[in-house]
Design a protein around this ligand. Structure first.
Ligand code: GLP
Length: 264
């Protein structure tokens, strides 16, 4: 299993090509099993390379995986002291102590519960007055760390990854983005109402994600089935940013049965 996970097959696929099937697709019974499997794979990565650079996602999907990783850590089976992390995205503008910020989410659900060094945690500043500068610095830091070894991703109901929203074109680098109505609505469940959801966000771009050595995408529940199908079985299309993952030589998808419902 680990061998398969750490090897990977390169393939040549062009935008517009029908997606291939040499990604590794793991379908688990439910959310809990998906979370356990994902945590196992992340733990394997850290055992393989204790100084791994992880790209981390937020949202409800990876929450179970973070809980499982904390359990593995508490058993003394994993050491985060050399791990470096870069989070995918952050709302703009939002302060780090706002409960809906991804900064707050990461600190409270994961970082404060493991032995990662503060200096090794990289989070986007959702309050910066110089977003362009913040984006440039973030890309520079990712490069300086040698790129992402393992990128963890969720998927938006509209096929977004990070906050790379569907459109006529996709951005390569870290950038400030206007969120789509669909995303604002989907994420409003965490806020008092739609009006309270920030309308913009900063996200790493498609190149940073696709340049990661390995990608692990998680999806759970019926509401993700359409996006998963389009990402896996559809054409590579900027209107479904996740479909670009088909071009990645080392993609593992861990999804539950409900998210897999519409797959061929
Ligand atoms: C947000 C995040 C994404 C995440 C998506 C799905 O928009 N920016 O990184 O994958 O939501 O979230 P959830 O897992 O809560 O469905």
């Amino acid at each position: 299993m680990l061998e398969r996970y750490l090897s990977g097959v390169r393939k040549n696929i062009q935008p517009g090509d029908k997606g291939g099937n040499d990604m590794q697709l793991i379908i688990e019974k439910n959310y809990q099993e998906m979370s356990k499997k994902a945590a196992e794979l992340v733990a394997s990565q850290i055992t393989f390379d204790p100084a791994s650079v992880l790209g981390l996602a937020t949202g409800s999907t990876p929450l179970g995986m973070y809980n499982e990783l904390v359990k593995i850590f508490n058993k003394g089976e994993i050491d985060f002291s050399e791990v470096i992390t870069f989070n995918l995205d952050e709302y703009y503008k939002i302060s780090p102590d706002n409960k809906n910020s991804y900064h707050y989410y990461m600190m409270n659900n994961f970082f404060n519960k493991i032995n990662i060094k503060g200096a090794n945690i990289n989070l986007l500043d959702g309050m910066t007055d110089k977003p362009q500068q913040e984006c440039k610095n973030y890309d520079r830091e990712i490069k300086r760390a040698g790129g992402i070894d393992l990128q963890i991703l969720g998927i938006g109901p509209n096929g977004h990854i990070g906050f790379n929203e569907p459109g006529d074109k996709l951005c390569v680098e870290t950038h400030l983005v206007d969120l789509t109505e669909e995303t604002i609505k989907a994420n409003s469940r965490f806020f008092a109402n739609c009006k309270k959801v920030p309308k913009r966000a900063i996200t790493v771009g498609m190149a940073t994600i696709l340049k990661a050595e390995k990608i692990l995408l998680l999806a759970s529940g019926k509401k993700k089935a359409r996006a998963v199908k389009k990402a896996v079985n559809g054409y590579v299309d900027t209107k479904i940013p996740a479909s670009f993952l088909q071009t990645h030589p080392h993609l593992t998808m861990v999804i539950d049965e409900e998210a897999a419902l519409l797959l061929d």
